[in-house]
Design a protein around this ligand. Structure first.
Ligand code: GLY
Length: 449
């Protein structure tokens, strides 16, 4: 019998818990959560609630329960050094140590690393700790992206055209960012379509998982504020309908080189997930950012498709032997739709903001899979919080079937909730294909399936 520790409390971790327990091996799951996720609780032998900065509580829980290894879901515990603390007491982990987690937690670290090791994929960029020189650099760029240097929950990036229009507005925002963050990254804006390439890495070997596209905007048609992600899809061939094979090769090559650079730079192998947020452009795939963990929602697209035992994958990541393991995924399409409180992502004075903390009922989701995220299970039922509530996933042979399954499942959640109806629809995917066609100045592109 082997005891595994899961750290995290979101829908991503619910999918991770399920993937761990699908193993044929005799296992027990122990979960450390910031808030009680009823899905993870129901799969766990024992749970403990606590803050992700409480490394003592996490290591004591791990030691008491004779944990073989830990799997870390979110970025916060990685940023707090949970892996360093576990390793110190002899417990290995799937997830990078604090220094390696800078891949996500410090955008300037990653941009500088990619530049220092002559790895392709970076935009033109400069890191600033003071406003001097910012205006001159803004004037050199055609399109501008501004990033505070630190964890922002996926919502801190400001893009010209979406969040501001003029260089004068950009300069004002730069001053605001520098007043709140130690540093600011100013980058060239790329035109293209984004995709998530989540790779497994043992420090030497990098293995791709199926490509996924997330939808960050709150409303249909990619309108409204950025969120943590409203839903995502993947295709049976594990590619994206708007990509060329070279785009995936570019993303893989960048990730392999970054893994090697991390080893050289820190002396430690990166063991965990390197999730590259890439953008396909007319000049191939470019790097937007890395995350040091699975994506949320993207984990819900890929983990249910795993044919290979996830626990074996974790053991090979820890042992540095990923090259010895064949990792396979079902050739299926997936669509994940996040059910969120109606007021999610909207200003506090919006009439729908009161939907947070309302009671919801969850009926039968049919053929869909359900992964709990930020819900509060009380004695009298399930309550929303202010964040994403439930991930509903459809899996099928075609994207359209997967979308219909997810759509049916979503309707089982009753209460003041919302979701995006357009994720995985042909219309939205055609829009992405046409966009890439225009950028590449092509006449014909292959269809989505
Ligand atoms: N899907 C965006 C993220 O996980 O950061």
């Amino acid at each position: 019998m082997s005891n595994i520790l899961l750290v995290g409390n979101g829908a991503r971790e619910h999918a991770m818990a399920e993937a761990i327990l699908r193993s044929d091996q005799k296992l027990r799951l122990f979960s450390f959560m910031k808030a009680n996720n009823p899905g993870i609780s129901s799969l766990s032998e024992k749970i403990i609630l606590g803050d992700y900065s409480n490394l003592r509580a996490i290591t004591e829980f791990a030691a008491e329960n004779k944990i073989e290894f830990a799997v870390i879901g979110p970025e916060d515990p990685l940023n707090n050094g949970v892996v360093d603390a576990l390793v110190k007491i002899g417990i290995a982990a799937v997830g990078p140590n604090k220094s390696l987690a800078r891949l996500e937690t410090s955008k300037s670290f990653t941009r500088n690393l990619v530049s220092k090791y002559n790895i392709p994929g970076n935009p033109q960029f400069k890191v600033f700790t003071a406003i001097n020189g910012v205006e001159a650099f803004l004037n050199e760029l055609e399109g501008i992206v501004l990033k505070p240097d630190g964890l922002t929950g996926g919502k801190g990036v400001l893009v010209q055209g979406d969040h501001f229009a003029t260089k004068a507005e950009a300069l004002k925002l730069c001053r605001q960012i520098l007043a709140e963050s130690a540093s600011l990254i100013v980058e060239e804006k790329f035109d293209g379509e984004e995709f998530s390439l989540q790779c497994l890495c043992d420090g030497k070997t990098v293995v791709a998982t199926p490509l996924v596209q997330d939808h960050k905007r709150r409303f249909d048609g990619d309108k409204g504020p950025n969120t943590g992600g409203m839903g995502s899809y993947s295709l049976p061939d594990h590619s994206m309908p708007f990509l060329k094979p070279q785009d995936l090769q570019d993303g893989m090559e960048i990730t392999r080189q970054v893994a090697a650079a991390l080893l050289k730079e820190t002396g430690n192998p990166y063991k965990g997930v390197m999730y590259g947020g890439f953008i396909a452009t007319k000049n191939g795939a470019k790097l937007l950012e890395y995350n040091a963990r699975f994506g949320d929602p993207e984990a819900m697209n890929i983990l249910p498709l795993l044919k290979t035992d996830f626990v074996e994958i974790c053991r090979h990541i820890i042992a540095g032997t990923l090259d010895k393991l064949k990792i396979e995924f079902e050739p299926k399409a997936t669509v994940c739709k996040y059910v969120v409180p109606k007021g999610y992502g909207l200003p506090a004075d919006h009439p729908d903001a009161a939907s947070s903390r309302a009671k919801i009922e969850v009926g039968k989701v049919g053929k869909a899979r359900l992964y709990y995220s930020s819900v509060d299970k009380k004695e009298d039922g399930l309550y929303l919080s202010s964040s994403r509530a439930i991930g509903i996933v459809g899996i099928a042979d075609t994207l359209d079937e997967a979308r219909k399954i997810a759509e049916e499942g979503v309707k089982a959640v009753k209460g003041p909730v919302a979701y995006r109806t357009d994720i995985g629809t042909d219309a939205l995917i055609q829009k992405r294909i046409e966009h890439m066609k225009k950028i590449r100045k092509e006449k014909n592109m292959p269809g989505s399936q």
